[in-house]
Design a protein around this ligand. Structure first.
Ligand SMILES: [Zn+2]
Length: 146
């Protein structure tokens, strides 16, 4: 390939094409990496004034609370996710909960949906609960198919 290009374009042309090719490969590799990092820094936040949730892209050096688009003030806190249902099962779509410790309330945070205690890095339901959920979903899908 290199020899063929060199014959057609001479050595300078071949070198330029190689540099462009290497540049493109490097650019696409780095480009992808940036994208992945960006999507992982996108987090769900909750506004302590309106209790509404919003996506926020966390940047280096950001401190909590962040500006909430609802109150237009610094009332946005990272939301904890609760994947429990009231009857003790797991659910796919979490309830987003504002922790009392963030807003200076000295009492445990209770999930408004299931009534369980919610903590920092809140525990997800164990694997068995997810298997039960998958089983229920399969049955529902089968029931709908009839
Ligand atoms: Zn809950």
């Amino acid at each position: 390939m290199f020899t063929w290009i060199r014959e057609k374009l001479g050595l300078p042309g071949a070198v330029v094409i190689c540099i462009i090719a290497v540049g493109l490969v490097a650019y696409s590799a780095f480009g992808r990496k940036d994208e992945a990092a960006e999507s992982s820094s996108e987090r769900m936040f909750i506004c302590s004034e309106t209790m509404k949730t919003f996506q926020y892209k966390v940047k280096v050096g950001d401190e909590w609370p962040v500006r909430s688009p609802y109150s237009d003030k610094e009332t946005g806190w990272p939301a904890e996710k609760c994947y429990w249902t009231r009857d003790g099962g797991a659910k796919r779509e979490p309830t987003y909960v504002l922790l009392n410790e963030y807003i200076g309330k000295d009492e445990p945070t209770i999930c408004p949906d299931c009534g369980r205690k919610v903590q920092r890095n809140n525990q997800r339901p164990p694997a068995g609960k997810w298997r039960e959920l998958a089983e229920r979903e399969k049955q529902q899908a089968a029931a709908q198919g009839d």
